[in-house]
Design a protein around this ligand. Structure first.
Ligand code: CP
Ligand code: NVA
Length: 300
């Protein structure tokens, strides 16, 4: 595995191998075992959007693996003043052992990988969020034991999270259902792929999508970069919420995941969020372990 640009590039076996290593790294950390698998390696972290979890978990993860992480904001880099990505890629390849990038266009991530000579890890684009979904899959397997026979339901925007979740769910053998308003569906190519490769259902009826779900997932109605659409989206997404009544349609022991940050009272009610906080914050913790595994896979 050379890069992590999107989940669709990975085979089921590669995904499971990352999850196995993530479990091992979590065990080692909890038991005070320190293995500096990336001793002396340097990771550049380019952020064109805000971040709490991704930034801190990559930086701490790199430190724990014996390496060093540099935070590179687009406000400070020449990339923010128009230096082409193909030049940035070639320059950074001379200094670093890997790049993590959070940006808008997926093409920018693909171009970094194309023009550079070092591994590139996608830390979120408008198209997908593969690191988040690896942590989500890790959390599901940790709590449910396996993926076999599980149904995952996503409620809300067919955005970067939905795009990666449907790929992750189908590749690991889960059923995937999405409830989204008309006009806010996931990527059309991915829908085609999901239908051809697994059990995929799309509806505007939240209760129907949530029926018999084992894992319910939601995300903000307006993602980073969509702030100006906030009012329009509040109207379009009214009712696309995980709440106590929707939980009645799901399986009794259904878990809830949320990539965070969460907007209580919009995509999820405060009571349901708090009732499932252990799952959601385990999920946030697992970002650290899953990304350490990804870095080991591509940078070792
Ligand atoms: N879930 C997630 O990626 O969080 P941050 O935006 O805080 O990194
Ligand atoms: N869909 C959200 C995910 C944040 C982790 C966004 O892109 O802002």
């Amino acid at each position: 595995m050379k890069h992590l640009l999107k989940l669709g590039d990975l085979s089921r076996e590669e995904i499971l191998s990352i999850l196995n290593l993530a479990d091992q790294l979590k065990y080692e950390r909890k038991n005070g075992i320190c293995n500096e698998y990336l001793k002396g390696k340097k990771l550049g972290m380019i952020f064109q959007k805000s971040s709490t979890r991704t930034r801190v978990s990559f930086e701490v993860g790199m430190y724990e693996l014996g390496g060093y992480a540099l935070f590179l904001s687009n406000r400070d880099l020449q990339i923010g003043r128009g230096e082409p990505v193909e030049d940035t890629a070639r320059v950074l390849s001379r200094y670093l052992d890997g790049i993590m990038i959070r940006t808008f266009e997926q093409k920018e991530v693909e171009d970094l990988a194309k023009y550079g000579t070092i591994p590139v890890i996608n830390g979120l684009t408008d198209y997908c969020h593969p690191c988040q979904v690896l942590a989500d899959l890790m959390t599901i397997r940790e709590r449910k034991g396996s993926f076999k026979g599980l149904k995952m339901t996503f409620v809300g925007d067919g955005n970067n999270m939905a795009n990666s979740l449907m790929v992750g769910a189908i590749k690991t053998g889960m059923k995937f259902a999405i409830a989204c308003p008309k006009g806010y569906e996931p990527d059309a190519e991915l829908i085609k792929w999901a239908k051809a490769n697994g059990e995929f259902e799309m509806t505007a009826d939240v209760a129907a999508a949530a029926k018999d779900a084992d894992v319910l997932y939601t995300d903000v109605w307006a993602s980073m970069g969509q702030e100006e659409e906030k009012a329009k989206r509040e109207k379009a997404f009214a009712g696309f919420q995980i709440n106590a009544s929707i939980m009645k349609a799901a399986n009794k022991d259904a878990m809830i995941l949320h990539c965070l940050p969460a907007h209580r009272g919009e995509e999820i009610t405060a009571d349901v969020f708090e009732a499932h906080a252990d799952e959601i914050f385990d999920e946030a913790e697992n970002r650290l372990h899953a990304q350490k595994a990804v870095m080991c896979k591509v940078m070792r």
